[in-house]
Design a protein around this ligand. Structure first.
Ligand SMILES: [Zn+2]
Length: 243
C-alpha cells in the first residue's frame, strides 16, 4: 500500500513541467490532486506544525520541492522508497491546506466542473458531480471518499483511488468549497426514494431523504411564522412609541 507506481494517468491535465509534484499528481489514481504551487510550499507559514509529524521532514520536503521527478533506479532503491512515503504524506498534508486556499479552491473548482472527482453513485442524484473528502485528519486512517453535495452522503471511491489517503483532502474540504462557491450548491433538493410494491406506495414508509426534506420544510415554516408574529407584535408598539 502507498507504494509508487510508474503508471501515468490518462488524464491530460498535467502542466508539462517536470517538478516532482507534477510527476506525482500525474500518476494513475492521483487525478484528484491539485498541483500545489512552488510558492505555497516555500512559505513556512503553510508548513506550520508539520515538522513534528515526520521523522525525515527536511529530506521529505527536499523531495517534494525537487525540480526533477524520480527515475527508475530511484524507484527500485529501498532507501528512496522509505523517504518517498514520507514525501507523499508531507505533500498530502500540505495539499489538504492548499485546496482550502483561494488558489487551491480555484484549481479544485475546475476539476469539479469537469467531473474529475466522479459523480454520486446514487441513481436519484442524477450524476451529481461529487467532491473528495477524508473521514479523518490522521494519516492512514481511511482512504479518500466522495461527498455528494445533493444528497450530502459520503461514498467509497473507485478502486484506483484506494491508495489515496483521505487526510490528503481533509474532513472539511467540501464544506469550505461549497461555502466559497455558493453557485455550486445544487438548487434542486435530492429526489427521495419512494418505496413501492408492485406499483403501490408502501403505506407510512418514508425514506431518510423524504424525512429530511419534510423536516427542513417544517423548520422553514416555523421560522416564517415566528418572524411574522414578531413583526405583527412589534408594529403596534412602534406606533405607540411614535404617538
Ligand atoms: Zn448524491
Amino acid at each position: 500500500m502507498y507504494g509508487p507506481s510508474l503508471e501515468e494517468s490518462d488524464d491530460e491535465e498535467c502542466s508539462g513541467d517536470s517538478r516532482w509534484i507534477t510527476w506525482y499528481c500525474g500518476l494513475k489514481g492521483h487525478e484528484f490532486f491539485a498541483e500545489v504551487e512552488e510558492e505555497y510550499i516555500k512559505d513556512n507559514f503553510n508548513l506550520y506544525g508539520l515538522r513534528g509529524r515526520f521523522q525525515y521532514f527536511d529530506h521529505a520536503l527536499e523531495m517534494v520541492s525537487s525540480s526533477e521527478p524520480p527515475d527508475e533506479d530511484d524507484l527500485a532503491d529501498v532507501e528512496f522508497l522509505e523517504l518517498y512515503r514520507d514525501a507523499a504524506d508531507l505533500f498530502g498534508l500540505i495539499h489538504a491546506r492548499y485546496i482550502a486556499s483561494p488558489r487551491g479552491l480555484q484549481v479544485m473548482r475546475e476539476k469539479y466542473l469537469k467531473g474529475t472527482f466522479g459523480t454520486c453513485p446514487r441513481v436519484l442524484c442524477d450524476r451529481q458531480h461529487a467532491l473528495p473528502i477524508g473521514l479523518s485528519e490522521d494519516l492512514r486512517s481511511s482512504t479518500v471518499m466522495l461527498f455528494c453535495p445533493k444528497c450530502e452522503q459520503t461514498f467509497s471511491t473507485k478502486s484506483k483511488y484506494k491508495e489515496v489517503d483521505g487526510c490528503y483532502f481533509g474532513t472539511s474540504f467540501p464544506q469550505i468549497f461549497l461555502q466559497s462557491y455558493h453557485a455550486m450548491v445544487p438548487v434542486q433538493p435530492p429526489r427521495p426514494f419512494v418505496a413501492k410494491i408492485f406499483g403501490f406506495k408502501v403505506h407510512k414508509h418514508k425514506s431518510l431523504i423524504s424525512r429530511k426534506l419534510e423536516d427542513e420544510d417544517a423548520k422553514r415554516q416555523a421560522a416564517e411564522a415566528d418572524s411574522k408574529q414578531t413583526s405583527e407584535q412589534g408594529y403596534p408598539k412602534t406606533q405607540v412609541a411614535n404617538m
